[in-house]
Design a protein around this ligand. Structure first.
Ligand code: DAT
Ligand code: MG
Length: 151
C-alpha cells in the first residue's frame, strides 16, 4: 500500500470559510503526494452517488443538500497507507470528538459542517475517485524526495 490513493474533499463550508490552503497544507506537509485536484459544484445526483452507502440514514437528505450547496475542492492524495492515515489527519467524523491537531479537531465544531471528506476504505476510495475524476485527470508522476519520506 505504498502507492495507495484516497479521495479527499474540502466541503462547501471549508471552501466558504477560506480553509482550502490550510487543509491542503496538512496533507502536503505530512508527505502525501497530490495526484488530482479540481474545484467543482456537486449536483444533487453526484452527491447522492458519493454518499450512496448512507442513503438510509435519517441525515442523508440534509447531507446531500449540504454537500451540493456550493463548490468543493476534490482531490486525490497518494502515499503509504493514504486512506487510513488520511482519516487520521481529518479527525473524527464529529468535530466535537475530534482530537486537537486534526483538521476537524482544530477547525470545526459540528458534525453537519465538518469541512472535509476522506475515503474510509480501499473500495470506497476506488468508487469515490471514479465518481469525481476521469482517469486522465489523475497524474502518476515521480517525486525525487519520495525516498526521504518512505522507506
Ligand atoms: P465520515 O465523513 O467521517 O466518513 P460518515 O461517512 O459516517 O463520516 O458520514 C458522512 C457524513 O455525514 C459526515 O462527514 C457528516 C454526516 N454525518 C454523519 N453522521 C451524522 C449524524 N449523526 N448527523 C448528522 N450528520 C452526520
Ligand atoms: Mg464516510
Amino acid at each position: 500500500t505504498d502507492k495507495e490513493r484516497t479521495f479527499i474533499a474540502i466541503k462547501p463550508d471549508g471552501v466558504q470559510r477560506g480553509l482550502i490552503a490550510a487543509i491542503i497544507a496538512r496533507f502536503e506537509n505530512k508527505g502525501f503526494k497530490l495526484v488530482a485536484l479540481k474545484m467543482l459544484w456537486p449536483t444533487k445526483e453526484k452527491a447522492e452517488s458519493h454518499y450512496a452507502d448512507l442513503a438510509t440514514k435519517p441525515f442523508f437528505k440534509g447531507l446531500v443538500a449540504y454537500f451540493s450547496s456550493g463548490p468543493i475542492v476534490a482531490m486525490v492524495w497518494e502515499g503509504k497507507d493514504a486512506i487510513k492515515t488520511g482519516r487520521v489527519l481529518l479527525g473524527a467524523t464529529n468535530p466535537a470528538a475530534a482530537v486537537p491537531g486534526t483538521i476537524r479537531g482544530d477547525l470545526a465544531i459540528s458534525v453537519g459542517r465538518n469541512i472535509c471528506h476522506g475515503s474510509d476504505g480501499p473500495e470506497s476510495a476506488v468508487h469515490e475517485i471514479a465518481n469525481w475524476f476521469a482517469p486522465e485527470e489523475v497524474s502518476d508522476y515521480p517525486r525525487s524526495l519520495d525516498e526521504w519520506i518512505v522507506s
